[in-house]
Write a protein that binds this ligand. Structure first.
Ligand code: GRF
Length: 220
């Protein structure tokens, strides 16, 4: 998809909150560092700040709020139908806090990316920064991975790493992690958009070769 004659990767971004990763992606698109067509931003949270960020850029937004559904199953089905109709090349999870249904993950395998604030496979789930401090870790960072039905478990493509300093607390760690997220997420998305990155038949490949270890970017 990188070459001009081919159509751009049609991407959808799912958010739930602030949307600073979304903003970084939008900024990179505007700066032409990222060649994707961001066709829609979808939030499960009507108050997500990321919705304002998208609207400011004239990007189509949609709220799919689970409180307006009878049960989780109806919500999941609606979500899946929406995506089947849109049929994006790529689904970018950027601080999306709902767990996607198994059916959704399987239908779109190889087309969903997530960014997670830890060096996966360590610290899946929530409160990663505090858990890292409690465990007196020396290294911390962020990971971009393909999404599979098991939470935060899909193959890791790229990581941003830095050394934890004595004075760090969960707030400073969050800030440092997010700064790295903005770099690695756009990198992985661009690789995908250029058909350099794939996850098919359980194989993660970059530039035509299996990627057995994630690419690492260290804080300079
Ligand atoms: C990020 O730190 C990301 O790793 C996690 O949720 C956070 C979202 O932040 N999945 P933002 O909404 O992009 O500012």
């Amino acid at each position: 998809m990188g070459d001009e004659s081919r159509s751009k990767c049609r991407a959808v971004c799912f958010i739930s909150g602030n949307g600073t990763n979304l903003q970084a992606i939008i900024d990179n698109i505007n700066d032409k560092a990222l060649q994707i067509d961001l066709i829609s931003v979808i939030s499960d949270n009507p108050k997500a700040k990321g919705l304002d960020r998208a609207e400011k850029e004239g990007i189509n937004t949609k709220i799919i709020d689970d409180s307006s559904f009878q049960n989780r199953k109806d919500f999941d089905e609606c979500f899946e139908k929406e995506m089947i109709a849109l049929n994006p090349d790529l689904i970018i999870l950027a601080g999306y806090m709902k767990i996607l249904s198994r059916s959704f993950c399987l239908r779109f395998t190889g087309r969903i990316l997530n960014i997670h604030p830890s060096l996966l496979p360590k610290y899946k789930g929530l409160n990663t920064h505090q858990r890292v401090i409690d465990d007196q870790e020396e290294l911390h960072g962020a990971s971009v991975h393909f999404v599979t039905p098991e939470l935060d478990d899909g193959p890791v493509i790229i990581q941003y790493q830095f050394n934890i300093e004595n004075h760090d607390d969960r707030h400073s760690l969050q800030e440092k992690v997010q700064r790295g997220e903005y770099i690695i997420y756009s990198k992985a998305i661009q690789w995908f958009s250029e058909d350099r990155l794939s996850f098919e038949s359980e194989k993660l490949c970059l530039d035509g070769a299996p990627l057995s270890e994630p690419r690492i970017i260290k804080k300079s």
